[in-house]
Design a protein around this ligand. Structure first.
Ligand code: TRP
Length: 346
């Protein structure tokens, strides 16, 4: 999907203390282990090292979930709870709600003049999503333009580093195109270019081996109960040719190993399990039992923290209010500069 993306945006760069980090999630459902491995984990590492903002992208969620507006609204605090439950500290990381930052919408309108429809239609992620959602010729204009709104999100914070999955690389590339055009209009560098921070773990598949997605129900949510974990691990795709424990099994494409690689803290043990599995003599049942233990150890403290936060909604709402207020100051200042580039009153 990201094959035609210039290499420099995909560089596995590291953060330095001067980096400004912005990333976001659409509030369309509970966050899952794919989010954890793909980007929450790096956000946790970066918190405190650099300025960091997490944006709950409710306006972006509406671009393809207009009929589910109440569902999106309900998930705004849920995503905040997920963040805090995994260890995001609102004192170190700003958590803001996209729709409360009016400057981002105005930036989007201005940037819309710097992007062609043809360019939007070429965005490989948007292309794939149009197909997946079956829009065909009836593409909502807001959906086609969401990369522009995402460019507003990123530049609205003058972000330099965006921790995302590789499906988001086309957004980074389009953001930098807009940044260069704005700077050219302004005749000076008012916005910095940004780079993606990709996680070291390859994209985590869904339990059935397909792309993990909330709508397919094949992802393991961060609020999974012990029973959910059991049910989802038991349903995991392994190697259909591995019938008896004594048969040699395939590790590649085996979802259980993908999850062990991502989450088992003992990578040496995982390597030797792979060898035994390949040679024959290691059954799926034993392997899945280990993964259940690993996932329970990861999720249990998140679940406990989540339950506490569920009981303290006022605190969660307060985090969103103060975070959005802080973010408003930043984004309004950027908007002032960008309005100047378009010869509008500051
Ligand atoms: N498009 C991202 C996703 O679907 C969410 C998102 C919205 C985002 N705004 C962002 C990611 C800004 C990074 C930066 O996951």
């Amino acid at each position: 999907m990201s094959a035609n993306i210039p290499a420099h945006t995909a560089s596995h760069t590291r953060a330095d203390a001067t980096d400004v980090i912005l990333t976001g999630d659409r509030p369309t459902g509970p966050l899952h282990l794919g989010h954890y491995a793909g980007s929450l984990r790096s956000r946790l590492t970066l918190q405190g090292q650099c300025a960091q903002t997490l944006l709950i992208a409710d306006l972006q969620a509406l671009t393809d979930s207009t009929g589910r507006a109440a569902h999106v609204a309900r998930h705004v605090p849920e995503v905040a709870i997920d963040y805090i439950a995994v260890g995001i500290d609102p004192a170190l990381t700003t958590i803001a709600v996209q729709s409360r930052l009016a400057a981002l919408s105005e930036l989007t309108v201005l940037y819309m003049n710097l992007v062609t429809i043809a360019r939007l239609e070429r965005n490989p992620t948007v292309k794939a999503e149009i197909e997946l959602r079956g829009f065909e010729r009836d593409i909502p204009a807001g959906f086609l333009c969401y990369p522009v709104s995402q460019a507003a999100d990123i530049t609205g914070f003058r972000a330099t580093l965006v921790p995302v999955g590789d499906d988001q690389l086309p957004m980074i590339e389009q953001t930098n195109e807009i940044v260069r055009r704005v700077n050219r209009l302004a005749n000076q560098t008012i916005l910095p270019e940004c780079r993606a921070l990709l996680s070291n773990t390859p994209r985590l598949p869904g339990v059935d081996g397909r792309k993990a997605s909330k709508s397919l129900g094949n992802a393991i949510p961060l609020n999974a109960t012990t029973d959910d974990i059991h049910r989802l691990v038991q349903a995991m795709y392994t190697d259909p040719g591995h019938v008896r424990a004594s048969d040699p099994g395939r590790v590649e494409g085996n979802v259980v190993f993908a999850y062990l690689d991502a989450f088992d803290p003992d990578s040496t043990a995982v390597q030797s399990l792979k060898e035994r599995y390949r040679a024959g003599g290691l059954g799926d049942a034993a392997l899945k039992r280990r993964l259940e233990d690993v996932l329970e150890a990861l999720i249990a403290p998140i679940r406990t923290r989540r339950a506490e936060l569920e009981r303290d909604r006022a605190y969660v709402m307060d985090v969103l209010r103060t975070g959005s207020e802080r973010a408003n100051v930043t984004t309004e200042a950027v908007l002032g500069d960008v309005r100047g580039a378009f010869a509008l009153d500051a």
